[in-house]
Write a protein that binds this ligand. Structure first.
Ligand SMILES: Cc1ncc(COP(=O)(O)O)c(C=O)c1O
Length: 395
């Protein structure tokens, strides 16, 4: 039995030889701006906890309250055991917040993306997808068996060319899908142009707002709100695991879309929904976002402070336009060394290397949150400057 998996040892060695092997660090305690990883207190610039909601007292309190009232788990898949009322109430709250007709909760942003594109597309369809879209979108596309037109990142001319080439072909559906904020570069999708093209070429328009929910738009309503394109995007996906601070995903759109996903979304049909603790946490997070946009404002203030400091020190932050701020180091080895040295000096920021990003653009990705005070960011900048000079990334 053990021998059947022996080949994995060679595969793992291969990963190690190529510097592609990784094992996550261990976080001791809640996710915060400063926390303990691998027994060392460090500045944490690695998490998507944009608003610092992971351990917000009101959110933790409602998670506990819901657990006490409704138990630890929902019992079974919704289509078998029924929806809990708390799921339906939360869906109504999110739909209202996003100014959409209806909402469906998923177990994660991953299942929301993969389950939705797989439910919308089939072998007679075609999808037009940004080259840098998230893996969960790509996996949904693969499952559906649809034809594909992958356009160069945010390149509207290339997209138009692909749309034109496929204009007269007989597809039953055309889907145009993009991330709202791209997770490796922190740039924002050109949604107004995408919406125009979707309209011109009769495509369903879908956006993955994983890194935009709670970040972009008024009170963090997302990319559609940021560009004031309400009613013009057919499918909006969001995650509840990043700025919302808990876990899960959701889709908002028309009632017909949600009805279809309840009937044909495989993660809904074959996997149990979110536990009450998570529903409570998310419910409190949306109340907080709706009532008060001070955390979103603080997030953006901190982001501007951080980028200005890095640029003044001479770092290349690529295309970043959001709290995701990459520091481009060049080759894989350099980014890995940068991340390791930063950690030794008291700062945790993950290195991202080829093949996740193109060769020669390996980077350390920093993510600023509403909880990174100027003092913390000044200290982070000192560390970056010291290590950046040492590795000759800046002079
Ligand atoms: C762009 C993007 N979409 C979707 C997801 C999936 O979200 P979740 O972690 O909630 O499954 C992620 C998470 O890494 C992401 O970065």
């Amino acid at each position: 039995m053990a021998d059947a998996l022996k080949y994995l040892e060679a595969e793992i060695k291969d990963l190690k030889d190529q510097s592609l092997y990784s094992w996550p660090r261990t976080l001791d305690g809640a996710n915060k701006a400063i926390c303990v990883y691998d027994n060392k207190e460090v500045i944490n610039l690695s998490a998507n906890n944009y608003l610092g909601l992971c351990d917000h007292p009101k959110i933790v309190e409602r998670a506990l309250e819901y657990t006490k009232k409704y138990g630890a788990g929902p019992g079974a898949v919704r289509t078998i055991a029924g929806s809990m009322k708390i799921h339906l109430d939360l869906e109504e709250k999110i739909a209202d917040f996003k100014h959409c007709e209806a909402c469906l909760l998923f177990q994660s942003g991953y299942t929301a993306n993969a389950g939705t594109s797989a439910a919308i597309l089939d072998k007679q369809s075609i999808v037009f997808s940004d080259q840098l879209n998230h893996a969960s979108i790509i996996d949904g596309i693969r499952i559906s068996g649809t034809a594909k037109g992958i356009y160069k990142h945010s390149d509207m001319d290339h997209l138009k060319q692909l749309l034109e080439e496929n204009r007269d072909k007989e597809y039953n559906r055309r889907l145009l899908v993009t991330d709202g904020v791209f997770s490796m570069d922190g740039d924002i999708a050109k949604l107004p142009e995408l919406v125009e093209l979707a309209r011109e070429y009769d495509c369903i328009m879908m956006i993955d707002d994983a890194h935009s929910s709670g970040v972009l738009g008024s009170h963090g309503r997302g990319t559609v709100d940021h560009y004031n394109l309400h009613g013009q995007v057919d499918i909006q996906v969001g995650t509840l695991s990043k700025a919302i601070g808990a876990l899960g995903g959701y889709v908002v759109g028309t009632r017909a879309l949600i009805d279809w996903l309840m009937n044909r979304g495989r993660p809904i049909l074959f996997s149990t929904s979110l536990p009450p603790a998570v529903v409570g946490a998310v419910d409190a997070a949306f109340d907080l976002l709706k009532e008060d946009d001070s955390l979103v404002k603080q997030l953006w203030q901190n982001r501007e402070y951080w980028v200005k400091g890095l640029q003044e020190a001479g770092f290349d932050v690529g295309q970043s336009a959001t709290p995701i701020v990459p520091i481009i180091a060049g080759e894989n080895e350099k980014a890995v060394t940068l991340s390791r040295r930063l950690f030794e000096e008291g700062l945790f920021a993950q290195s991202i290397v080829f093949p996740t990003v193109p060769r020669g653009t390996a980077r350390v990705r920093t993510i600023v949150t509403a909880k990174h005070t100027p003092d913390i960011l000044d200290r982070a900048l000192e560390i970056f400057t010291k290590v950046g000079k040492e590795l000759e990334i800046i002079s």
